[in-house]
Design a binder for this molecule. Structure first.
Ligand code: BMA
Length: 360
């Protein structure tokens, strides 16, 4: 069943308004996510949904209306959760790493919340030591360099200040999901590039700067291990319950030709289910919100990904939201959500109807 009516949105809007006016510490998103979990409902999210999509771009067209959405084009509803990325905010750039103008992103975030939705922000920031991007893993000293006593510590505090300026300028409650997929080694803060202590210190230093020093209170903090975490020890890289509100997971199905996709579907469902079971255990133990913070399969090589893969993977887990990654406007095969005319569009509609998925 779709929930898109105005009445349903009033509580979140009122909450957001009260929150903005009072500057109170209670983030209203928390309540909404927790009720979704307890009611066994899941929200759908899509990265950059209002900014651009398959072969169109509000950014390039300077479209301030921000009404277009691939997802809405398919089912008549916006996704409940809008993902945006802050990569580039740390350098004072006008646009993020994917070419999104930060001012337009602010508009999109506010508009989305005014419509009753939830915004989540990831951060693919530059490598502070090498000057490369997030994926520059050429040095295992990058994390160490930004910690107290490190050669980039001062400069990094300046990066955090630019981040805080932007978070404060939003004037809406958001989810912030920094230092993600840290159980893999493809980002400079990844497992192979720093010790668990350094990772945890990176997180607490970020949190203390943002929350305690700068007083940014409009943020729920989400941590998300990624890939196929080694569950024996992944909680070594966890800063502590007082620094985290949501524990998520980023996990993708391998793309490729349809035959391969068909052949590995079942194994992916099994793998994702076993990871979600671990995640659920930790979320329950630590009293945290559970989410599938990133997922998808590039180019969706089958007609039934939503009901045939995602739905069976999620079945029975109290996942507050699931977010599929972006539909690039520039790379026609780099999409993880559906769009009008895309082969799984019918199946997407079926999924949100039959699985009681929350949309706007
Ligand atoms: C990755 C890809 C990149 C993009 C990055 C940050 O998964 O989509 O093209 O720059 O996310 O959005």
């Amino acid at each position: 069943m779709l929930i898109g009516n105005f009445l349903r949105d009033i509580p979140l809007m009122l909450c957001a308004a009260t929150f903005i006016l009072s500057g109170c510490a209670q983030n209203p998103i928390e309540k909404v996510l927790k009720s979704a979990m307890s009611e066994g409902r899941c929200m759908y999210g899509h990265q950059d949904d209002l900014m651009y999509g398959h072969c169109w771009s509000a950014v390039k067209d300077g479209d301030q209306a921000l009404e277009r959405s691939d997802v809405k084009g398919v089912c008549g509803h916006y996704p409940m959760v809008l993902g945006l990325d802050l990569g580039g905010i740390e350098t004072g750039a006008q646009c993020n790493l994917d070419g999104n103008d930060f001012s337009l992103m602010r508009e999109a975030a506010r508009k989305h919340v005014a419509r009753g939705g939830i915004v989540t922000l990831s951060w693919h920031l530059r490598n502070p030591l090498t000057g490369g991007d997030s994926w520059d893993v050429s040095s295992n000293k990058a994390v160490e360099s930004v910690l107290p006593g490190g050669c980039r510590h001062q400069e990094f505090n300046g990066w955090l200040d630019l981040l805080c300026d932007y978070l404060q300028s939003l004037d809406i409650p958001v989810i912030f999901r920094p230092w993600h997929e840290h159980t893999g080694s493809w980002f400079w803060w990844g497992a192979g590039l720093c010790t668990p202590e350094q990772y945890n210190q990176l997180w607490t230093m970020t949190y203390d700067h943002v929350v305690k020093e700068r007083g940014v209170k409009n943020v729920l903090w989400a941590i998300s291990p990624g890939g196929y975490p080694n569950f024996e020890n992944w909680m070594e890289r966890y800063p502590g319950d007082e620094y985290v509100d949501i524990i998520g997971l980023d996990q993708y199905q391998q793309g490729g030709p349809e035959e391969e996709y068909e052949a590995n579907k079942e194994a992916f469902v099994t793998c994702l289910r076993s990871c979600l079971a671990e995640l659920q255990e930790q979320c329950e133990r630590h009293g945290k919100i559970m989410a599938l913070t990133e997922t998808g399969v590039e180019s969706i090589p089958g007609d039934d990904w939503w009901t045939g893969v995602l739905a069976p993977a999620l079945k029975g887990f109290p996942v507050a939201y699931v977010l599929t990654w972006r539909n690039s406007d520039e790379r026609p095969l780099h999409y993880f959500g559906t769009w009008p005319g895309e082969r799984s569009a019918d199946d997407f509609r079926k999924w949100i109807e039959s699985d009681n998925i929350m949309m706007l």
